[in-house]
Ligand binder design. Sequence first.
Ligand code: DAH
Length: 287
Amino acid sequence: KQALEAALEQKQAVIQQAGITQALEGEWVDVTLPGRKRAVGRLHPVTQTMREIQRIFAEMGFQVYRSRDVETDEYNFQLLNFPPNHPAREMQDSFYMKGGSEDNPTLLRTHTSPGQIHAMREYSSKDPENPPTVRIILPGMCYRFEQITARSEIQFTQVEGLAVGEHITFGDLKGTLSDFARRFFSPDVRTRFRASHFPFTEPSAEMDVECFVCHGEGCPVCKRTGWLEILGSGMVHPNVLRNGGYDPERYSGFAFGMGPERLTMLRYRIEDIRYFWRNDMRFLEQF
Ligand code: DAH
């Protein structure tokens, strides 16, 4: 019995030792090897711009209002004061969808402006006699049935803004948007407003910032004008206020719309809008 137990013990020790030797030889770690690179994800450059716009307006007291991508002709055009055959509707050749009726077809929104009506109706329904003031931005995807080129895509984002209250003036519009430009581009950026036309605002204006490549001298980026157009804006048209449940005799407001793709392109001097949807890592990794 003793002889057997001793032999067993000895064999066990040999097997154990062999196991340890094998593990030491086969599983050793070379601590001098370089570590594994960890891939770091980032936000898409347009998402970064959207978030920055939202942050700046949040600081000024604007809340985010989300509105649907699938709209009706009524909200996308009619309630925004586009009459049925208004020429501006042609600029926004739309993606129509099944559903809706002949005089009110369903479509993908061509701009974020229909959200203005949804928001005003929701706010004013809370207290129709004394509708509350509105101070919102409406970020979202828009769609246009257009030729895809270096300058236009069929799918892009917009950030709309809307302020409605009892004593809102064009001065508030200019002050708010100039301040936005200073916060977004640089504290000393110069801005100018040019008269323009949109059916849903009166008067309407486009805002330019001084070209930050040539500082107003004139260069290829600003097409030698010294200025870069960055957004459309205006005082909310009385018909639009009324369609939202706000009495234009008592309330006024301003609205604006800007394109984060365009702002991103200007800021980084990206020359082709198609890069944004191409998912080319060599492009995306730069931001
Ligand atoms: N909806 C316009 C567009 O798609 C942009 C715009 C212009 C929005 C003026 C506004 C505005 O709210 O006041 O080009």
